[in-house]
Write a protein that binds this ligand. Structure first.
Ligand code: FMN
Length: 378
């Protein structure tokens, strides 16, 4: 792993090790992928102030997200099908995050179940919820997250209808993969991935199969998912979920000031400024471009977090400077996982920590908690 210096190195390795349909699933955005690209490009437009001759010793990246201590303000985003980037992917990523001292968020649409992840971790992780029409199933998921001692519920608001990602349709993406000649070829050319996948029994949606009504086998699953996401989800439902859960709540997928104001009124603990990594509304602005407006509007009422396009520790510093108390990485940890399993996720976090630390020092700061818009160059 010695020649791996930046996240793009991990991405290149993941591309060689993960079957095309799953690599593409991570590396894709909706329609033209314009918002996906803007998320990354707009970080590059934010410039930092170089300061000199200030004491740079004793630096600290420790902070808090929703009052919980983090070794740096970076959490792992909830991502579906993570166990298809690498066998038992969610369990490996959760362990890497725990050892690093940052939050891991398990997706509803994960391959490993809530119980699987709880069985290999010792500290609480976070659980991301998609609200389904089958409210009994939702209640059951929440109860399972409580039983697993999850310390936050991340409620995703921006995917009640699925955005179209051309690559997934062209690739015929499914979990577990179909056995057509094309799919068999994609897997046969990734023998290590296949061997590891044959060594686990976790190859389908672990939170759903065997838990949701009438989903005991895989043939019924895809139609169930398409039918189940509730397109009538409302702010009243958010209140209901908040009550049902009764613990720290984070609302994910806010990109508009008006929505941010509504979210702040719910009494949730934080919002995540997010466009789902450019996978939903193509043509929406990048997350980093709307962050300052949202912080100005609601930052005094609710903690503001951000995700989308973070590819380095420099990006984390820029997000914190523009008012984010916490940040999340999706693809960067998926690339690490696809490249080298748990060690790859640790490498992702190491790279980001090092870049964040050096950037902070070169901006003349020693404590991440002192970072504000002062470090941004006009
Ligand atoms: C492959 C993939 C799967 C995702 N699945 C989910 C999901 O199940 N639930 C969710 O709330 N967000 C999901 N997201 C969105 C991420 O949580 C996050 O918002 C996004 O990845 C951040 O952008 P980044 O990948 O540029 O860091 C997914 C993103 C990716 C790349």
């Amino acid at each position: 792993m010695s020649k791996i210096l930046e996240i793009s190195d991990l991405k290149a390795i993941a591309k060689r090790r993960v079957p095309k349909m799953f690599f593409d699933y991570a590396d894709s955005g909706a329609w033209t992928e314009g918002t996906y690209r803007a998320n990354e490009e707009d970080f590059r437009k934010v410039k930092l102030r170089q300061r000199v001759l200030v004491d740079m010793t004793n630096r600290s990246l420790e902070s808090t997200m929703i009052g919980q201590k983090v070794s740096m303000p970076v959490a792992l985003s909830p991502t579906g099908l993570t166990g298809m980037q690498h066998a038992d992917g969610e369990m490996l990523a959760a362990k890497a995050a725990e050892e690093f001292g940052v939050p891991f968020t398990l997706s509803t649409m994960s391959i490993c179940s809530i119980e699987d992840v709880a069985s290999v971790t010792t500290k609480p992780f976070w659980f991301q919820l998609y609200v389904m029409r089958d409210r009994e199933f939702v209640k059951n998921l929440i109860d399972r997250a409580k039983a697993a001692k999850c310390s936050a519920l991340v409620l995703t608001l921006d995917l009640q209808i699925l955005g179209q990602r051309h690559k997934d349709l062209r690739n015929g993406l499914s979990a577990p993969p179909k056995f057509t000649p094309k799919h068999i070829w994609q897997m046969a050319t990734r023998p290590l991935w296949c061997m590891q996948m044959l060594g686990t029994k976790r190859r389908s949606f672990g939170n759903i199969v065997g838990h949701a009504k009438n989903v005991s086998d895989l043939s019924s699953l895809s139609s169930w998912t398409a039918e189940q996401f509730d397109p009538q989800l409302s702010w009243e439902n958010v209140e209901e979920i908040k009550k049902m859960w009764g613990g720290p709540l984070i609302l994910k997928g806010i990109l508009d000031v008006e929505d941010a104001k509504m979210a702040a009124r719910t009494g949730a603990d934080a919002i995540i400024v997010s466009n789902h990594g450019g996978r939903q509304l193509d043509g929406a602005p990048s997350s980093i471009s709307v962050l300052p407006k949202i912080v100005d509007a609601v930052g005094h009422q609710i903690e503001v977090h951000v995700d989308g396009g973070i590819r380095s520790g420099q990006d984390v510093l820029k997000a914190v400077a523009l008012g984010a108390q916490g940040t999340y990485i999706g693809r960067p940890f998926l690339y690490g996982l696809g490249a080298a399993g748990k060690a790859g996720v640790t490498t992702t976090l190491d790279i980001i920590r090092k870049e964040l630390d050096i950037t902070m020092a070169l901006c003349g700061k020693r404590d991440i908690r002192d970072i504000n818009r002062d470090v941004i160059a006009e």
